[in-house]
Write a protein that binds this ligand. Sequence first.
Ligand code: FAD
Length: 394
Amino acid sequence: MRFTFTEEQNKFRQDVRDFLQSELRAGIFVTKSGGLAEGSSQEFSRKMAKRGWIGMTWPKQYGGQGRTYVDKLILNEEIFRVQAPVAYHFLADRQIGPSIIHFGSEWQKEHFLPRFVRADDNLKFCLLFSEPNAGSDLVNVAASATKDGDSYVIRGQKVWTSGGHQADYGWLLARTCFDPKAPRHESCSQFILDLRLPGVTVRPIINMAGRHTFNEVFFDDVRVEKRFMVGQENDAFKQIMAQMDYERSGIERLMQNYPIYEKLMESIKQMDKIKVGEAFYSWVRDSIAQLEIEFNIGRLLVYYTAWTIDQGRRPPKEAALAKAYCNQYEQRLNDLATRILGPSSLLREGTPWAAFDGELAECYLWSPSYTLQGGSVEVLKNIVAQRGLNLPRK
Ligand SMILES: Cc1cc2nc3c(=O)[nH]c(=O)nc-3n(C[C@H](O)[C@H](O)[C@H](O)COP(=O)(O)OP(=O)(O)OC[C@H]3O[C@@H](n4cnc5c(N)ncnc54)[C@H](O)[C@@H]3O)c2cc1C
């Protein structure tokens, strides 16, 4: 492993920074922490597309650039440093595109990938995995897809669907084998589901930060053509294992609160040692130094995962380790910031004296979800124990 970047990579980072800074100066977006990749602008995504920054690692024949995952990570590190509005294409770039490349049909590759890299209209995706009785244990999925001629008929419910109210398509996990004797992990399939089809209902769920970001989604006899099934029937879990590596390995898990980190550092630099007291000041210095160490460890874990993918290896344990560590780092960051800044950190946006204009309270309210979304920290630790350390399952 190289612990340095090449000259080309440093130049690429600078190009990305220059672009983002010019967008910031022009007021195209503002830097604000909160939910994961929340800000969405097709116009901004199009500007990135023109630079070849969507689908960078994908094969050139589908409009990609054939670049490395480390290059992509450099791009994403700079994006999350300023919280650029990438949500329009983010899921497609991070995991939908790579999943289609690995498991999709030639029609799906030709139909979707070139449109993703151009950030074309009506291509925003959401993930339709979790259900009321299927979260960590996805093999309990009950939403069904029953074959009927050249189509499947979808019935059932999903929950916690982030961005479902803004998405055009869902990446759906549904049961396709109903034989009670069949192994549970060989009974589900994946579909690309057009959310405008008749029978799809999306209902909002308001989270504890008071925001509408996720939803319940219901399917009442939704008819989807067979060509929208991804991969082989009943192979979903093999596919999901690979997709999760992409979902879990990104730097967004370390940097979705980066503005809080920067603002906290800034406010500590301005802290008056005499005013706050020597003992408190000394605790703050120690805690912030520890946080800095943890940030750098998280960053290395994420780059190591990208490097592993570039070596042609799947990174299930590396991705699980990186995500488990980074999610907990982000919770510690918010926890520490609130302990240092005191009651002002609990005040919401628009309230006088609110720390960082309420951004900290918002992030603190989001932070319990970090160790759940995309796989809970306990489940990730199980992966590290079994796949990384070869410990027995039970
Ligand atoms: C902000 C946010 C956004 C989300 N967005 C989406 C989305 O877009 N699409 C989607 O499909 N889902 C989404 N989810 C759902 C997410 O994937 C699930 O919350 C997650 O998989 C956990 O499932 P669960 O909530 O059912 O909890 P459960 O699986 O019921 O787990 C409850 C607790 O038990 C623990 N646990 C479970 N199994 C084990 C085990 N084997 N060993 C040790 N401990 C265990 C867990 O760690 C957790 O602490 C989102 C969740 C959040 C919080």
